[in-house]
Design a protein. Sequence first.
Length: 142
Amino acid sequence: MRKITLIIVHCSANKAGSKLRMADIDRYHRTLGWTGCGYHYVIPIDGTIEPARPEDLPGAHCRSHNSHSIGICYIGGLAADGRTPEDTRTKAQKSALRHLLESLHKSYPKALIVGHSDLDPKKPHCPGFDVVSEYRDLQPPI
Ligand SMILES: [Zn+2]
């Protein structure tokens, strides 16, 4: 079993309303020569929690942190212009993300729940909202 110290939330950097799903990310990541979707879970706009890479395998989503983290990606993150970073989570996505994080927090109670931008200064707009404070109630005790 891997030691999980981080649960990392991402956005896919698609514009609001994008219909992309896990299978599309999986196809894209394979074109990069990866073994498939780099995240462990993908949440499309309808709020389905789509499992991708098994949790016991390292993901490919956050430089230097893949070996000890779980990666979640919600579809969206850009305004309708396709450029401006924005928290585009639908109601269904917000509720699915909370549900998934509650469940992962039970499996990995010592893991910090963070945004990609908290770990990589080159990704300041991923996922486009303050993950640490939104899920403060699910953070491990300090
Ligand atoms: Zn990211």
